[in-house]
Write a protein that binds this ligand. Sequence first.
Ligand SMILES: Cc1cc2nc3c(=O)[nH]c(=O)nc-3n(C[C@H](O)[C@H](O)[C@H](O)COP(=O)(O)OP(=O)(O)OC[C@H]3O[C@@H](n4cnc5c(N)ncnc54)[C@H](O)[C@@H]3O)c2cc1C
Length: 367
Amino acid sequence: MASSAVVVGAGVLGSSVADRLARSGWAVTHVERLAPGHVRSGSGDESRLIRASHGADPLHAAMSRRALELWRELDPRLVAQAGVAWLARTADGWEAESERVLTELGIPNQRVDATDLFPSVRTDDLAFCLLEPEAGILHARVGVRALADRAVEAGAERVVAVARPDGARVALDDGRVLEADVVVWACGAWMPGLFGDVLSLRITQQDVFYFAADGQWATPGVPGWVDYDGAAYGLGDLDGRGVKVAPDVDGPPFDAQTGERRVHPEHERFARAYLAHRFPALAGAPLVGSRVCQYEITPDTWFVAAPHPEHDGRVWLLGGGSGHAFKHGPALAERLESWIAGTEPAEPRFGLGDRHRDTSLRTVGEL
Ligand SMILES: Cc1cc2nc3c(=O)[nH]c(=O)nc-3n(C[C@H](O)[C@H](O)[C@H](O)COP(=O)(O)OP(=O)(O)OC[C@H]3O[C@@H](n4cnc5c(N)ncnc54)[C@H](O)[C@@H]3O)c2cc1C
């Protein structure tokens, strides 16, 4: 049984793995170039939706449900149980499939009148509204720090350094070379620069916008929401940050390390138009903030959690969050531990082989 691990990256995925392995008794070294959940990382925003609906796919639905338990176990204050409302534009589309899977898995869901959920909402283009009452919003950056800190409390050593692969070892920019039974690379949008020869990831610029609203738009109260066919999602005003609108259209190619964090004008136009369309009372609401982030997208939007083709299973690659990995972090780490230890076979769809283009796990649109 392996007993030492180096985990590189302290976004949600690396921090979840460091935490999981350290609490299982592994000797863990957790390497991060900056701080857990820093502003350029994909995990560095204030909020992330946690929802179980994944269309016809039960694997992600169950994993998200397990993750919800694990987030609460970490700290119940990390989860704002506001519910997530699915604004379904068709009667028999993704939301209807989600409804079927959630019901089969015993995950609470119900059709509701959207006008009961939002102070102002347009519904004439909706077939129905599906509410996941136990879903909600994660305090993202705070959650990543909590995971990384719990790893340290469990014995992990945190190292601030830039790492690069050196065969099955980890070379640091301070000159040290780390060796362990297992190395897990969870470097988000930086993965193509490290493992571009074996990974197929597109890095795109994604922007989120926050609009001013009065107290009746507070979340919880107002749920998180997803308009799958409208390629947009968001939430009400969490902690006074403003009503969040996130266009889920694939943005232009982006470099997470060197890219200027200025929102794309077309994304802002999309967000303002969406807000005016869906929540008419907020048409023209002033922008109070924005954030530039990035997706690291696999061809089929399934994550990567796989052994490197060399190094006899001692080096694992974890990433390809594809715009929807945050919620799953602790549950994915739990599974990864069993895959690394060989007590369960790894999920083949998270493998490094060829993948067919399929964007169905998250809403996606074109500009
Ligand atoms: C706008 C937006 C909205 C999203 N909304 C949701 C949502 O509502 N729900 C949801 O579940 N998911 C959502 N996601 C997706 C989710 O946030 C990401 O999939 C997830 O945060 C990625 O985590 P990660 O750990 O893979 O990468 P990151 O958080 O980027 O972490 C990678 C870390 O590795 C470090 N690193 C990189 N290279 C090195 C190196 N060489 N040496 C040392 N350290 C290194 C980086 O500094 C970084 O801290 C969203 C993403 C975006 C951009």
